[in-house]
Structure formats: C-alpha cells, structure tokens
Design a protein around this ligand. Structure first.
Ligand code: COA
Length: 167
C-alpha cells in the first residue's frame, strides 16, 4: 500500500462535464493524490476516442503534481486501481437514480478487491441534472452548453458533430 491516500476517479468522460470537474476539484481537497482515469463502459457508444478524452481533461486542468490523468482498457477497474497502489475508487452520485447502478458496481468491486473502498461524493445540485449524453444532445440540436461543460469541450464536441454531419 501507498503511504499517500490515493483515489482513482474512473468514468467514460464522453465528454467531461462541469459535474465531473466539480468532483475532481473536491476530490483534490480530500485525497493526497487523484488519478482521473478514462475507462471503457462496454454498454456505451462514445463519440470521442480515449486519447481525445484524455486530451480534453489535460486541457481543462493545469499541471498539478497531485493530479494524474490516465486511461486503461481490457482489464477490470480493480486491477488498474491495484496497479496504481491506490486505496479508493471515487464516484459522484447525482440523484437516487444513480444509486442502484453505483451500488451494484461498488459491491462487485468490493467482492473482487475487498481491500479497496468506494467513496461517493454527492454531486452539487447545480450539476445533478447534467449528463454527458444530455450535453451531446443539446449541442447536436444547436443549444448552448454554457454552465454544463467548459468552452473547450463545447467547441470540440461541436467540431466532431459537424464532421459527423458531413459524412
Ligand atoms: N456530474 C454530472 N454528470 C455526471 C457526474 C457528475 N458529477 N458523474 C457522472 N455523471 C454522468 C456522466 O456524464 C455519465 O453520463 P452518460 O451516461 O450520459 O454518459 C454518467 O453520469 C455516468 O458516467 P461516468 O461517471 O462518466 O462513468 P460510467 O458510469 O460510464 O463509468 C466505469 C463506468 C467506466 C467506471 C465502469 O464501466 C468500469 O469500471 N469499467 C471498467 C471495467 C470494469 O471493471 N467493469 C466492472 C465494473 S464492476
């Protein structure tokens, strides 16, 4: 085990939203080190490649020795967390709707790796209605993502949607 309290914050981040950013900023206040990791949710079809999502996260956050941005594929989250010698999996909870899914994942991860803890942070109410899919839909239909995603994310999503439309 690592002496530093290290948490891994996994997600699809397709794209990262202000809600994710809020959890990352608050996570940095609680943990010595935070590893934000772009992971694969096999149930989701994404518009960004893993590299593009990492690039967006790196553009959003200034260099910080306590914050690492990474990705993994083709293995379980718990294997990745162990390989980083982290102790905690950090997840955000928006509403009770998230609860059942998160409960199932946390219990499965606990069974697979009993030494790891999942810690939940309540998403601030101003972000609790946001999701990456909702933002993609709003931007696709010409709405504004202000207050939901940083400008760099809005511009990149619009560019990708524009390219898709041309095909
Ligand atoms: N504010 C706003 N929105 C938030 C949020 C917050 N604080 N936290 C989550 N969300 C939204 C996201 O935008 C996303 O929206 P979408 O469904 O429209 O894409 C949704 O809530 C949840 O996505 P996210 O937190 O990005 O991750 P996920 O649920 O897609 O990630 C993994 C799941 C990747 C962690 C999980 O599949 C995994 O661990 N995969 C690795 C393989 C593995 O170990 N599998 C077994 C797991 S038991």
């Amino acid at each position: 085990m690592n002496d530093l309290l290290t948490a891994v914050y996994p997600g699809s981040f397709d794209p990262p939203t202000e809600g994710h950013i809020n959890i990352i900023e608050r996570g940095l206040k609680v943990f010595d080190k935070l590893i934000v990791v772009v992971a694969v949710n096999s149930a989701k079809k994404t518009i960004f490649t893993i590299e593009e999502r990492i690039d967006l996260l790196k553009k959003i956050f200034k260099k910080n020795s306590r914050l690492e941005i990474d990705s993994f594929e083709d293995t379980l989250l718990v294997n990745y967390v162990r390989s980083k010698r982290a102790q905690v999996i950090l997840r955000g909870l928006r509403t009770v709707k998230d609860y059942e899914y998160e409960f199932q994942m946390a219990l499965a991860n606990k069974q697979l790796a009993p030494e790891l803890e999942t810690v939940f942070m309540m998403t601030e109410s101003r972000y609790s209605h946001i999701s990456s899919s909702l933002i993609k839909e709003i931007l696709e239909l010409g709405g504004s993502g202000a207050g939901m995603v940083p400008q760099i994310v809005e511009k990149t999503v619009e560019k990708i949607l524009e390219e898709k439309r041309k095909k």
